[in-house]
Design a binder for this molecule. Structure first.
Ligand SMILES: *[C@@H]1O[C@H](CO)[C@@H](O)[C@H](O)[C@H]1NC(C)=O
Ligand SMILES: *[C@@H]1O[C@H](CO)[C@@H](O)[C@H](O)[C@H]1NC(C)=O
Length: 290
């Protein structure tokens, strides 16, 4: 069953990649400007919006500013920017040429969270925002102010230990995919309860061992479209099996919540694990004791 499933999934994945590559090849063409820094660009059409996608590695704040400025002066619109393995620590605000950006990817750039917050009037059209390997330990309340179009957000491996309870209130009507992988969260972030359009939530690699009943009550009444929830630190005790959270996951067949402990349940998906299995060991011991 599992391996057949896997093959099906990988076939679908390959087809998707092929189709995506095909459409990119048809639509992408060369960068109209010679850039001086460490960036490359190409013209793309995405969801019927045309413009430039800029990709930079090992650049600096100054070089990035110059490149974005050159592109802006050429009269072209930048709709996507990706910066990886760079040093943007000296960037104090985002370059104004980004006012139309739909997709922003930052990976290991050292950028200050305040830099993004101060420039959020440039990010009004942002649909996809992905941040990896940065140092944003706290997500403040107004961080997403004005990002009304944001559908896909990833804040992965950036050391988040705390998310303000109102942090996602600006994304209430838009956000569909949220990834908070490999952070330092130890409890389920309450801020998520307003995201009524959320379809997929990925909390992989955070030490969240359970979800309290009162929070489950809110999640259950607002996250009506949730199909996938990735949590891999669950302590699947007998008590956990009886919680409102486990009941919700099971009754709505929400995939992706798996046990980390005890060993005998490691990797089991809660949505398909019968309630009795959580307590098996306990009742066996009780039998032995009797
Ligand atoms: C984040 O902070 C740690 C520790 O202060 C440091 O080692 C690391 O280089 C920083 N990462 C970035 C991307 O600035
Ligand atoms: C899981 O819960 C049990 C029972 O409360 C506890 O004894 C055990 O230490 C917990 N395991 C972890 C990894 O937290």
């Amino acid at each position: 069953m599992t391996s057949k499933n896997f093959i099906n999934k990988s076939v679908i994945l390959h087809l998707t990649i092929l189709l995506t590559l095909n459409s990119l090849l048809v639509l992408a063409s060369k960068c109209p400007v010679v850039l001086e820094g460490e960036c490359q660009c190409k013209e793309i059409v995405e969801e019927s919006v045309s413009g430039l996608r800029v990709e930079c590695t090992q650049t600096t704040a100054k070089k990035l500013f110059n490149d974005i400025d050159l592109l802006r002066k050429s009269g072209k619109t930048i709709i996507g920017l990706q910066v990886r393995d760079s040093d943007l620590r000296e960037l104090s605000n985002l370059p104004s040429g980004l006012y139309n950006v739909h997709e922003l990817i930052l990976d290991n750039t050292g950028i200050d969270l305040e830099t993004i917050r101060e420039s959020n009037e440039l990010l009004k059209l942002l649909k996809k925002f992905r941040v990896y390997h940065e140092n944003f330990t706290e997500i403040p309340e107004d961080f997403f102010l004005g990002m009304d179009e944001l559908k896909n957000l990833a804040l992965n491996d950036i050391g988040i230990a705390y998310i303000s309870k109102d942090a996602f209130s600006y994304l209430e009507d838009s956000l569909k995919q949220l990834e908070l992988r490999e952070n330092k969260l130890r409890s389920f972030p309450i801020a998520i309860k307003v995201l009524s359009h959320l379809e997929s939530l990925d909390l992989f690699g955070n030490e969240i061992k359970t979800v309290p009943d009162d929070l489950t009550f809110y999640l259950q009444s607002s996250l009506k479209r949730l199909k996938r929830l990735t949590l891999n630190y669950i302590n699947c005790t007998c008590d956990f099996g009886q919680t409102d959270f486990a009941t919700w996951i099971r009754s709505h067949a929400i995939k992706g919540v798996t046990c980390k402990t005890p060993n005998r349940l490691f990797g089991k998906d809660i949505s398909v694990t019968p309630i009795e299995e959580f307590c098996e060991y306990v009742s066996n011991t009780q039998h032995k004791l009797l």
